[in-house]
Write a protein that binds this ligand. Structure first.
Ligand SMILES: Cc1cc2nc3c(=O)[nH]c(=O)nc-3n(C[C@H](O)[C@H](O)[C@H](O)COP(=O)(O)OP(=O)(O)OC[C@H]3O[C@@H](n4cnc5c(N)ncnc54)[C@H](O)[C@@H]3O)c2cc1C
Length: 476
């Protein structure tokens, strides 16, 4: 395995493997080193397994509500081991796919934990390789907090491997990871309680979307405690108890499993980064605007540099970094980084929120369109939620789009294209949208921002409150 490379990538997650493939496309002799499975957190214990299981819980929910559609499933039940088996098959197929792509791309795959030795040298499993450029893409690991009884909790890695659905699940942390598991297990019949220290769950999402979602989750029997600080987890009888305080009030939740989902931290264990001259700041690899670290010829991307810790951001940065190595000028631009939450209904947003824009002193126009007025949503039987478009008042340039509703995580792609390229409301509404489709709701929200919505009275469109499912005057 010892050898000399133009580029050596440490870490085979969505940041590292995409960077390695792009480096090879650019003609670099490239190696990628991975100590676990290629695909990283995202493929093995993050994005993909969660979405595979969420697909199972969504199908179950749809089947339970099938009667009005003419689908009657007698004796419907949920087979958790079967869902787990399918999840693992999806992961295995994707991991194999990544390995196949790396092989086909001519990238040398090395198994083992990499240690930086300085001067472009890397040690892996007792062997040494040399590279002109090294890319650190070692990702992140589950964050721990000093909590009494923390050893009784499970993390996002462990919950993916549960042998059975917990009857009662307490989730500490109402961020994206916590809420996706809360949504999944609430749909599967667990009695879910979410404990969040901040005033709202999903703190990066606009409050009106969160309120609409919280209402839905509560309708499934889940309980959400915000402004609540967990004091300890204790064993009580055959189960667990989470003790917390909300202001001056104390509270306790009984549970069979407690998920601790309080975020992720950059991971550099055993990498020897600092000894090799790579500056860290509270565990995070420090990079400049070109993704260079403080050590000559060493670059870093993805979760390990902090910032927006998402798979597509890691991949995007990976491409930027190797293109910079090749002499291109790629400074990452994050203003249109989409953010998705795979709850039911889904939530997705891109760009500035209404409040964020106003806080920056911008004058904005806002347009809303409820899915209940979209014909496609009615045919799907999924009418909860709305699209909200935020645009610059003077120029009409789209600053942000916020969606809660069916397939929000797919719908955000059109909005991302618009925000990334500074399209105006008019450019969006002049683009023909196929009928009946969900993206029509984005077009209608853009029209609503200009007082010209077609399928909702504009008086109501302008005033529509976030979560309102206004009755349709005549669906699109
Ligand atoms: C439950 C969960 C759900 C998520 N869902 C989503 C989602 O839906 N969408 C989304 O965008 N993001 C999601 N994420 C976040 C996403 O997984 C990460 O942002 C993404 O994986 C980061 O990519 P990366 O390449 O930076 O690091 P990682 O994917 O963490 O990959 C780093 C790799 O480096 C390897 N490594 C570390 N140190 C060494 C070493 N010294 N030598 C060799 N190899 C090493 C690790 O084994 C690992 O495979 C989710 C995360 C979790 C936990």
């Amino acid at each position: 395995m010892a050898g000399t490379f133009d580029v050596a990538v440490v870490g085979g997650g969505p940041g590292g493997y995409v960077a390695a493939l792009r480096a090879a496309q650019l003609g670099a002799v490239t190696a990628i080193i991975e100590k676990d499975r290629f695909g990283g957190t995202c493929l093995v214990r993050g994005c993909i397994p969660t979405k595979a299981l969420l697909q199972s819980s969504e199908l179950y929910t749809l089947a339970k509500g099938g009667a009005p559609f003419g689908v009657v499933a007698g004796n419907l039940s949920f087979d958790w081991p079967a869902a787990q088996k399918r999840k693992s098959a999806v992961v295995d197929q994707l991991v194999k796919g990544v390995e196949g792509l790396l092989k086909a791309g001519g990238v040398t795959m090395v198994s083992g934990a990499a240690k930086l030795l300085g001067g472009g040298a890397i040690e892996v499993a007792g062997e040494r390789l040399q590279a002109k450029n090294i890319l650190i893409a070692t990702g992140s690991a589950v964050s721990r907090i000093p909590l009494q009884g923390a050893e009784l909790t499970i993390d996002s890695d462990a919950i993916l491997e549960l042998k059975e659905i917990p009857k009662r699940l307490a989730v500490i942390g109402g961020g994206v990871v916590g809420m996706e598991f809360a949504a999944m297990f609430a749909a599967l019949g667990s009695k879910v309680t979410v404990l969040e220290m901040l005033p709202q769950i999903l703190p990066m999402v606009e409050a009106d979307l969160v309120n609409a979602y919280a209402k839905h989750l509560s309708g499934q029997g889940a309980v959400i405690h915000t402004n609540s600080k967990v004091a300890e987890v204790a064993r009580v009888g055959g189960g667990l108890q989470v003790r917390f305080s909300t202001g001056a009030e104390g509270g306790a939740v009984d549970a069979d499993q407690v998920l601790l989902a309080v975020g992720r931290s950059p991971y550099t264990e055993g990498l020897g980064a600092e000894a090799a001259g790579v500056k860290l700041d509270r565990g995070r690899v420090v990079v400049d605007d070109h993704l260079r670290t403080s050590a000559q010829g060493v670059w870093a991307i993805g979760d390990v540099i902090g910032g927006i810790m998402l798979a597509h951001v890691a991949s995007y940065e990976g491409v930027c970094a190797v293109e910079n190595m090749a002499g291109h000028e790629r400074i990452p631009d994050y203003h249109a980084a989409p953010n998705c939450v795979y709850t039911d209904p889904e939530i997705a947003h891109v760009g500035l929120g209404e409040k964020e824009a106003k806080d920056r002193g911008l004058e904005v126009k806002v347009g809303r369109f409820p899915f209940v007025a979209a014909g496609r949503a009615l045919t799907l039987g999924q009418t909860e939620g709305f699209v909200k478009v935020v645009a610059d008042a003077a120029s009409g340039r789209m600053l942000g789009v916020h969606i809660i509703g069916p397939r929000a995580t797919d719908l955000i792609a059109e909005a991302t294209l618009a925000v990334q390229n500074g399209l105006t409301l008019e450019q969006l509404d002049l683009t023909m949208h196929a009928h009946p489709t969900l993206p029509e709701a984005i077009m209608e929200a853009a029209l609503a921002a200009q007082g010209r919505a077609i399928h909702i009275p504009n008086r109501r469109a302008a005033a529509a409150s976030g979560g309102a499912n206004a009755p349709s005057p005549g669906s699109a």
